[in-house]
Design a protein around this ligand. Structure first.
Ligand code: CTP
Length: 406
């Protein structure tokens, strides 16, 4: 069930509905009267393939506003305007969307979009707090260009992000149990320059890292993402640092994790970092001149091991690494994961077998190991679900909560 309130971002809800349908969901759209000033019901009807519910009085015999809320697996309202948040917070049911919210049995996800001043207004913030206390999932708006020339927090996140969030909520129960935490996630693959037109890269799409950032955001964390080359949308994190090479990622990770006021609780190195980089970068394009050029490589620094070293003993963020292995079977995957955990000195390793096409895929299977052995084993699942299980383990890690005392 997708409710649409009357904001300019209503046009993006059409794409959300399309993506949800493409992933196999049945979607009924309920626009408010004001939403219909931005997008006509014919558009919603054609894209959803279902009749659009626009009024409490249409189809009265079916009492559809009650029926829809009761039977929807999930209700998403995108965009949710300040007015809609206010009415929802006070239990007002004066249109079809707010009526559905009062009868919903499944998770309710509201995605606000409005001007920055409206979002930051104490009245809006109080309404958001009330709704969150009640278990309603109010997403944070994205930061960026708004209608007109201004920019700031208030944008509706990109439709692909919202469709992924919906899929995550349908997979598992989610709470804001990471509120107050600051986490850092590295995402994507690095690219090592050889000459002005060539680089050495890898197959990482960034999907697992993006899923980790998304999961932390919906659980209420403040997320810093260090992003290499990605082939997927990056969630609307609070701080994003884009990098290209392993050296640049190393520098950025050290800076964001150990900045004086950063108070980072956990770091997940989901990025695929180049182990080797060309020893020298050619200033001009390497030309075909009859001989095959030789490429000499130098080993890069291990970023994760560097974070472990900088953290020192007994204090600092929980450090999580990934292990991309071509193990072949579960026993070897487990022993490779244990070996990597010991070699890197981090707290958790999420090991996956990349022999059968994990890169670029929407699914992953993983073993999570700590010093205590295997702490979770996840059969092939959406990367969103794997991400939530990784955070579940981070929340149980003995070193977490180091900043709670002061
Ligand atoms: N990693 C890192 N710095 C590197 C290489 C890898 O921080 N220079 C991190 C990755 O982000 C990942 C973990 O270390 O979290 C393991 O990466 P992986 O490629 O599986 O292992 P490697 O350390 O490269 O070892 P090997 O290639 O021998 O498996």
């Amino acid at each position: 069930m997708v409710g649409v309130a009357g904001g300019i971002a209503a046009y993006k809800s059409v794409e959300v509905v399309r993506l949800l349908r493409e992933s196999g969901h049945r979607v009924t759209v309920a626009p408010t009267r004001n939403a219909l000033n931005f997008v006509g019901s014919a558009t919603f009807e054609a894209i959803s393939g279902e009749p659009v519910v626009t009024s409490l009085w249409s189809n009265a015999a079916d009492v559809s506003h009650v029926h829809l809320g009761q039977h929807a697996d999930l209700v998403l309202v995108a965009p949710a305007t300040a007015d809609l948040l206010a009415r929802a917070a006070h239990g007002i049911a004066d249109d079809v969307v707010t009526n559905i919210l009062l009868t919903a049995h499944g998770p309710v996800v509201l995605s606000p979009a409005m001007h920055t001043e409206t979002w930051r207004h104490p009245a809006t913030q109080a309404n958001v707090a009330t709704l969150r206390d009640r278990g309603i999932h109010v997403l944070d708006p994205a930061v960026g260009r708004l209608t007109g020339s201004d920019s700031g927090p208030g944008r509706l996140p990109e439709p692909a992000y919202l469709a992924d969030v919906v899929a995550d909520f349908l997979d598992q129960s989610i709470t804001r149990d990471m509120a107050g935490m600051h986490v850092v996630v590295s995402i994507g693959g690095t690219r090592e320059e050889w000459d002005p037109v060539r680089f050495l890269g890898n197959r990482s799409s960034g999907r697992q890292g993006a899923a980790l950032a998304r999961a932390a955001l919906v659980r209420g964390a403040h997320v810093t993402a260090v992003v290499g080359h990605v082939e997927c949308p990056v969630p609307p994190v609070q701080v994003r640092v884009d990098v290209e090479s392993a050296v640049a990622m190393h520098k950025a990770m050290q800076e964001v994790v150990f900045a004086p006021d950063a108070r980072v609780d956990a770091v997940v190195m989901a990025a695929a970092v180049a182990d080797f980089t060309p020893s020298s970068v050619s200033a001009g394009k390497v030309k075909k001149d009859g001989s095959v050029p030789e490429l000499t490589l130098t080993e890069t620094d291990d970023i994760l091991a560097g974070l472990v070293a900088s953290r020192g003993h007994g204090s600092g963020p929980v450090l999580v690494g990934f292990a991309a292995e071509t193990a072949g079977d579960r026993t070897s995957l487990e022993s490779l994961a244990n070996y990597k955990l010991a070699r890197k000195g981090c707290d958790l390793i999420v090991a996956n077998d990349v022999s059968d096409g994990v890169f670029g895929s929407d699914t992953n299977a993983a073993l999570i190991v700590s010093e205590a052995g295997v702490v979770d084993e996840i059969p092939t699942a959406r990367k969103g679900l794997v991400a939530h299980r990784v955070w579940d383990q981070v929340l149980r890690a003995p070193g977490l909560g180091i900043y709670d005392a002061d």
